[in-house]
Design a protein around this ligand. Structure first.
Ligand SMILES: [Zn+2]
Length: 589
């Protein structure tokens, strides 16, 4: 009975990640062992000490012991863990393919905003789940309206890397224009496309009435000649297009004889592609590429639902099989005033309203990266949203919570006493305003405080926070006259006007008498460094303990009671030089 009870206690504890409870074990124990029932009264007496023993073990020890008693239960637990980790649904018909092949298809018309991270987060996670193949294909065949930004190609690859993924192959559609021409020629040969010189407005009204235009039944030879003239750049914008012949009476007008190629007068910004004037439309280009690169699963936004339908006509002509498709809805992210749109962000950066794509107010990957948020925190939050076709909201707080889990253990604690004008801060609970206030210390107080570098890792040691004559406190932490305050890592003081009188280091004052614990720095010139903390709500300046000067760019620190921040620049750097300030970017509470 003892062994049975121990097995149940171990299993129960491991399953719930907590200490076992007698009550929770009794049921299954009696249920599985009918022969115990006549001894019902004695069972709790056996179970209770076993539960006590198991409570004293670590998870590793519990697992080890359960492996001795009932290895099959350990296996069961592992299988459950794996299932719990999988937040995304299975890909459709995944087992029908030898290899799952997917593509990211960014338009490099600007760096990525936060919403763009959903594509690599979900597709990259699927790639890992299925040990699949992932292409990054730049769909850059629109030299005009969504004109490629030459820097964005690398910026997007950097963003994919930041999110923790690596494409197996990278292609640029603008390198593949000849391939699209070849497929257009083949489609023309099959009678699946025709050149059309109807003014756009005229064709639109014919199409709305489900009426074919006069060019639809042109003979193939003429179509061929006119298409070659398009390729040779003999027409201008709007003079000639190549249309895919679908069903001019299709119930969805968007699918009626859609444009596959058009003329664009503006040269492509990439030198290698600058001579092309006849450009494929996205649906034609991406449809051909998906087939040629063996894509098995397309994961994309619901707004591209018509794309799949258009592309199926092309696939039909070529006798190709259309990949499996997973559609998702829009993702909205709270916490930003700037809309999540590449063109809007670009406009605000160009006008100087935002200092750059990494301005903390910009809803971009560059911005959250600069704040010290890890790509993994974003990927996990995006994967948790799943792939439903309804619109979803992503709370920044869930990205922050993920990031805190990732960084908390390795991040040092430091003090920052905020000072100065936070009048442009909109969230005053998070960033209280008010000036730092100085208090002289009596002669009997020690001259250095020693708070720990990390609250749960004492082995990492203490910091030295000097305060030879006076300290600075945040205005909101100033005690009323006569009241006591505990300066963290230093000791207890009682306010006496503009002085703080030493009380002592009896921690029971905090535990039993509720003396408030606050952060502080020394007031002497060499007892703190100036820090500018850049937040989504504006800049806050303050004074950090001198040890802050020892960090390097990219290091993370938790300013106690303020939040996590990334060390961005030293006073010697251009941005921070003028004010002799260290620049830090606020991550989250
Ligand atoms: Zn026409």
């Amino acid at each position: 009975m003892r062994a049975e009870a121990e097995t149940h206690a171990l299993y129960n504890a491991l399953k719930h990640g907590s200490d076992p409870e007698v009550g929770a074990i009794m049921g299954p124990l009696m249920g599985e062992n009918p022969d115990f029932r006549p001894h019902g009264d004695e069972v709790p007496g056996v179970v209770a000490p076993v539960v006590g023993e198991v409570s004293g073990l670590s998870d590793d020890e519990r697992r080890e012991r359960l492996l001795e008693l009932a290895p099959e239960l350990v296996e069961e637990l592992e299988a459950q863990d794996e299932e719990d980790d999988r937040v995304l649904p299975d890909l459709p018909n995944a087992d029908e393919y030898d290899q799952i092949r997917m593509r990211l298809a960014p338009n490099p018309n600007g760096p990525w905003h936060l919403g763009s991270a959903r594509m690599p987060a979900v597709i990259g996670t699927y790639k890992q789940l299925y040990d699949g193949w992932m292409l990054c294909r730049f769909d850059d065949t629109d030299p005009e309206t969504k004109r490629p930004d030459l820097d964005a190609y690398d910026e997007i690859l950097d963003a994919i890397d930041y999110l923790g993924f690596e494409p197996d192959e990278v292609l640029k559609a603008s390198d593949r224009v000849e391939t699209y021409y070849d497929h257009a020629r083949e489609l023309i040969g099959k009678g699946g496309a025709y050149t059309c010189s109807c003014p756009a407005e005229h064709f639109r009204s014919l199409k709305a009435d489900a009426e074919p235009c006069e060019h639809r039944d042109k003979d193939v030879e003429t179509v061929r000649e006119e298409f070659e003239a398009m390729v040779d750049g003999e027409y201008s914008d709007g003079e000639m297009v190549l249309r895919v012949k679908t069903d001019i009476e299709h119930k969805n007008p968007a699918l009626r004889d859609f444009v596959a190629f058009r003329m664009v007068d503006t040269p492509h910004p990439r030198e290698e592609a600058a001579d092309y004037r006849a450009w494929p439309m996205l649906d034609f280009q991406s449809g051909v590429d998906d087939h040629l690169t063996g894509v098995t699963h397309i994961v994309r936004g619901i707004d591209l639902q018509d794309s799949a339908k258009r592309q199926r006509f092309v696939y039909e002509y070529f006798g190709w099989e259309y990949p499996e498709v997973v559609h998702w809805g829009h993702v909205q992210i709270d916490a930003y005033d700037v809309p999540m749109s590449t063109s809007t962000i670009k406009a605000r950066v160009d006008s100087g309203e935002l200092t750059g794509w990494d301005d903390p107010r910009a809803p971009t990957l560059a911005s959250v990266k600069r704040r010290g948020i890890r790509g993994q925190a974003i990927v996990d939050a995006m994967a948790e949203l799943g792939v439903s076709t309804s619109n979803v909201d992503l709370a920044m707080s869930s990205i922050y919570a993920n990031n805190r889990d990732l960084i908390d253990d390795d991040t040092d604690r430091r003090f920052l006493v905020r000072d100065g004008d936070a009048s442009d801060a909109t969230d005053r609970d998070r960033l209280p305003a008010g000036a730092a206030v100085a208090f002289d210390l009596g002669d009997d107080a020690p001259d250095t405080g020693h708070p720990p570098l990390h609250p749960t890792h004492e082995d990492r040691g203490d910091r030295d926070v000097p305060a030879s004559e006076a300290v600075l406190l945040e205005s909101e932490d100033v005690p009323a006259d006569g009241e006591r305050v505990w300066l963290k890592g230093f000791g207890c003081f009682r306010r006496d006007g503009d002085r703080l009188a030493w009380v002592g280091t009896d921690i029971d004052l905090v535990r039993e008498e509720g003396v408030p614990v606050v952060h502080w720095v020394g007031a002497g010139d060499d007892e703190h460094v100036r820090v500018r903390l850049r937040t989504m709500d504006g800049d806050v300046v303050g004074y950090a303990e001198p040890g802050y000067a020892d960090y390097n760019v990219d290091d993370l620190v938790q300013f106690e009671r303020v939040g996590f921040a990334r060390f961005d620049a030293v006073p010697g750097d251009a941005e921070a030089a003028e004010a002799h300030e260290y620049l830090a970017f606020y991550a989250h509470p």
